[in-house]
Ligand binder design. Structure first.
Ligand code: PRX
Length: 664
C-alpha cells in the first residue's frame, strides 16, 4: 500500500543570512555529492582541525563491518580538547558555562547563577580527575555511573572521567531506581556519582533515596560520591558513601592530571537507549570519530563563533546534552548556558527571560517545548527582548509545520535560520539538518533538510529499493560516518541485528521518512516499538514489563498515541487476572508502579481494561492495530489477527472511557 504524504513539500523560505550562504538545493546536492564520493578524505580534513597527540595511520578501518574504526592509530583525549586547549589560549578567562539554578526569589529573579571560566573548568576537571584516580582508585578502562541533576558537577565529572579514559554512563535524573540499577549492572560501574537531591519545577527530587534503592540491586558499586545540591542531610552509608566536598577538601587547587593518550577508537561513554525489545541498549561511542563529528556539526549546523552565547535546552542525561552541552560546545570554546530546571518555572517566561538576560544568540530546543510555549501564548515572548537570537534549531521528534511557523515568527522574526536537526543516540551527532554555517538551502517548515556533508542517507521501501519520492519508507545511512557507535555494550550481535540486518550493508535508523522531489528529508517518527514522549525515548516493552509486575495484571500492551503538546504519550491496555476488579484505585496503583519502575517521564496517559488483546496467531501483540483503533485511523490489514473480536474490545474500552468522562 503506498501512501503519499500531505506535507507542505513546496513551501520554501529563504532565511536572512550573509555571505551568499543560502544556495539552491541543486547547488548543495552537487557539492554534497563530491563530499560523499570522497568521504574519507572529506572527514580527514575535518579531523585535522582537532588537536591529536598522534596522527592516525588510516582514516577508516573497514575490514570488519559493521564494526568500523575511525582514525585508527590516532591518539586523542576529549577532556584535553574541551578544556586544556582553551586553558592554553586566550580563552583561558572566557566564560565557558553560565549556570542558572531553578529556584527564584520573591521578585522572580534566579537565586543562583555561576559563571565558570575555562580556567575554572580546567582546574576543577583536573582536581576531580585527581580525586578519582588517587582516592577512588579509578583507572583507564574502569566504568562509573553518573546520576546527577543539571548542575556544573555533571559536565565536570564527565570531563574528568574522559581525561582518565574512565568510561562513564550518565543516567537521566528522571529515571527510577530500577532503571538506574539496570544500567549500573550492565556497565559494571564501580562508582556512582549522585546528589543529595535536585530541583525540578519547584519540587525536590530525592536522587540519593532513589540511588540507595538501586544499589540494593547491584553489587558493582564500591563508592558513592554525593554532591550537596540541597544540603538537606541524606542518609550516608559508612565506608561506601562520601560527600563530594569532603573528599575534595584536601586536593590542592593546582593539581595537574596528564590527559591519557587514548586511542581514537577507545570508548568515551556508554549511553543507554530504548529499543524494540529487551533491556535498554548500551550504545558505546568512540573518541576520535565522535569528536570529529561534533566539531563539524558545531560549525555547519550552529555556525558557532566566539562571540556567541549558545543555549541547548536539553538535559545532559540524554545524548543531546552529551554532544551539544558538554563535548561539542566546550570543544569549540563556546560560552554557553546551562539551566537546571523547567523552562516554564515559575512562569511561562522563564526561558524567554534567560534568553534576554544573557543575550542568547543560538538556541537549540525541542518541538515539545515549542508547542508548550505556543499554548501559553505569544505575550510571554513579547514581554522580552529576543533580538539577540540569530539562529535556532529543534531536535528530538518531528516538528509540525504549525509549531515551526509560530516559533519562526515569534522568536525568529520571520527571518533567521531555523531547522529541525535529525539524529539519534546511536549517530552521536547531527546527521540531517539545515546548515547555516556551511551552505544553507531554503527552509521548509517541518522538514529536516538534507544530509550533512560526507553522509549518504536515503529512504528505502520494504524491499530495500529507494522509495518513490513523496512516499513513506525507512530512513537508512549508506556509508560509515565518524560518531557512529562502536557497538552495543557487551552485545555486538544485537548491534548487527538491530541496525545492520534489515537492509544488509546499510545502517537502519528505525525511523519512517519521506524524501520530496527537491531531495529534502522529512523524518516522520519511529517505525518500531519506540515512542517519543516529549522527545524522551521510551520502549513500549519496558513499560509493559513494568505493568505485568503488578499482581493484578495478567497481560499488557502499551502504544504511543499522538498528543498535541508532547508529540506522543503512552496509553496502556491491560488484561486483569481473575479475581481483580477494574477500579480507579487499581488504575492509580498501576500508574504509580510504572513511575516507580521506569521513572516519572514514563507516566501512562490513559489505562484501559480489556478482556483480549489483538494478537497474531503466533501470539505477538499487534500494537499497530491497537494504535490505529486508539487514534481512530485506518486499521489496515488484519488477516494475520488471531481473533478479530479483540479489535472490538479495544474500541469498546475506549468508547466506555469516553462515556464515563462525558458523565463527569
Ligand atoms: O525518531 C527520531 C527522533 O528521535 C529518535 C532518536 O531519539 P534519541 O536517541 O533519544 O535521540 C534524540 C536526540 C538526538 C529518532 O529515531 N528524532 C530526533 N530528532 C528528530 C527526530 N524526528 C524527527 N525530526 C527530528 N529533528
Amino acid at each position: 500500500m503506498s501512501v503519499t504524504w500531505a506535507l507542505p513539500f513546496n513551501v520554501k523560505i529563504k532565511p536572512k543570512l550573509g555571505e551568499n550562504k543560502v544556495v539552491d538545493e541543486k547547488v548543495y546536492s552537487e557539492i554534497h555529492n563530491k563530499t560523499v564520493e570522497n568521504y574519507r578524505e572529506f572527514w580527514e580534513g575535518v579531523a585535522s582541525e582537532l588537536e591529536w597527540f598522534k596522527k592516525w595511520d588510516k582514516v577508516l578501518d573497514d575490514s570488519n563491518p559493521p564494526f568500523y574504526k575511525w582514525f585508527p592509530g590516532g591518539e586523542i583525549n576529549a577532556s584535553y580538547l574541551a578544556v586544556d586547549r582553551h586553558y592554553n589560549s586566550w580563552r583561558r578567562n572566557k566564560v565557558a558555562i553560565i549556570w542558572e539554578g531553578e529556584p527564584v526569589d520573591e521578585k522572580g529573579n534566579p537565586k543562583e547563577v555561576k559563571q565558570i571560566t575555562y580556567a575554572d573548568l580546567y582546574r576543577e576537571v583536573n582536581r576531580v580527575a585527581y580525586m578519582m584516580r588517587e582516592k577512588l582508585g579509578l583507572r583507564k578502562g574502569d566504568s562509573i555511573a553518573i546520576y546527577l541533576p543539571m548542575i556544573p558537577e555533571l559536565p565536570i565529572f564527565m570531563l574528568a572521567a574522559a581525561r582518565l579514559g574512565v568510561v562513564f554512563t550518565v543516567v537521566f535524573s528522571g529515571f527510577s531506581s530500577d532503571a538506574l540499577a539496570t544500567r549500573i549492572n550492565d556497565a559494571e560501574a564501580k562508582v556512582l556519582v549522585t546528589a543529595d537531591g535536585g530541583w525540578r519545577r519547584g519540587k525536590v527530587i530525592d536522587l540519593k533515596g532513589i540511588a540507595d534503592r538501586s544499589l540494593e540491586k547491584t553489587q558493582f558499586v564500591k563508592n558513592v560520591v554525593v554532591v550537596r545540591r540541597l544540603g538537606n542531610g541524606v542518609r550516608m552509608q559508612e565506608g561506601r558513601d562520601v560527600y563530594f566536598d569532603e573528599i575534595m577538601r584536601d586536593i590542592p587547587h593546582n593539581v595537574y592530571v596528564e590527559p591519557e593518550r587514548l586511542k581514537s577508537e577507545d570508548p568515551l561513554y556508554i549511553l543507554y537507549t530504548s529499543g524494540t525489545t529487551g533491556k535498554p541498549k548500551g550504545i558505546v561511542h568512540d573518541i576520535g570519530g565522535y569528536m570529529t563529528l561534533l566539531h563539524g556539526t558545531m560549525k555547519w549546523v550552529f555556525d558557532i563563533r566566539d562571540e556567541d552565547i549558545f543555549w541547548c535546552t536539553a538535559d545532559i542525561g540524554w545524548v543531546t546534552g552529551h554532544s551539544y552541552i558538554v563535548f561539542g560546545p566546550l570543544m569549540e570554546g563556546v560560552t554557553e548556558i546551562m539551566y537546571e530546571g523547567a523552562l516554564d518555572y515559575p512562569q511561562p517566561d522563564r526561558w524567554t527571560s534567560i534568553i534576554e538576560r544573557y543575550n542568547v544568540s543560538i538556541l537549540y530546543t525541542s518541538p515539545t517545548a515549542i508547542r508548550s510555549f505556543m499554548k501559553y501564548g505569544e505575550e510571554w515572548v513579547k514581554n522580552h527582548d529576543m533580538r539577540s537570537v540569530r539562529l535556532m534549531h529543534s531536535v528530538g521528534e518531528p516538528i509540525n509545520p504549525e509549531a515551526f511557523e509560530w516559533f519562526f515568527k515569534v522568536v525568529g522574526r520571520n527571518e533567521i535560520p531555523f531547522g529541525s536537526t535529525w539524529w539519534m543516540t546511536e549517530t552521536g551527532g547531527i546527521l540531517i539538518s539545515n546548515l547555516p554555517g556551511y551552505l544553507m538551502i531554503p527552509m521548509k517548515p517541518g522538514s529536516n533538510g538534507m544530509p550533512i556533508p560526507g553522509l549518504e542517507a536515503d529512504v528505502l521501501d520494504e524491499n530495500g529499493n529507494p522509495a518513490k519520492l513523496e512516499e513513506r519508507g525507512y530512513l537508512v545511512i549508506k556509508n560509515p560516518w565518524p560518531g557512529m557507535p562502536l557497538t552495543i555494550y557487551k552485545d555486538p550481535e544485537r548491534y548487527v541485528k538491530v541496525y545492520w540486518s534489515k537492509f544488509p550493508g546499510v545502517f537502519y535508523a528505525g525511523d519512517y521518512a519521506v524524501k520530496d522531489k527537491d531531495g529534502y528529508f522529512w523524518i516522520l517518527g519511529r517505525a518500531d516499538e519506540v515512542i517519543k514522549v516529549a522527545g524522551h525515548r521510551l520502549g513500549t516493552y519496558e513499560l509493559e514489563s513494568a505493568l505485568i509486575e503488578h499482581p493484578a495484571v495478567a497481560e499488557a500492551a502499551v502504544v504511543g498515541v499522538s498528543d498535541p503538546i508532547k508529540g506522543e504519550v503512552p496509553v496502556a491496555f491491560v488484561i486483569l487476572r481473575q479475581g481483580h476488579e477494574p477500579t480507579d484505585k487499581l488504575v492509580n496503583e498501576i500508574i504509580n508502579l510504572i513511575r516507580e519502575k521506569v521513572g516519572p517521564i514514563a507516566t501512562i496517559d490513559k489505562l484501559y481494561f480489556v478482556g483480549k488483546l489483538p494478537k497474531t496467531r503466533s501470539g505477538k501483540i499487534m500494537r499497530r492495530v491497537i494504535r490505529a483503533v486508539t487514534m481512530n485511523t485506518e486499521v489496515g490489514d488484519i488477516t494475520t489477527l488471531e481473533d478479530e473480536a479483540s479489535v472490538d474490545e479495544i474500541r469498546k474500552a475506549i468508547q466506555e472511557f469516553k462515556e464515563e468522562l462525558g458523565k463527569q
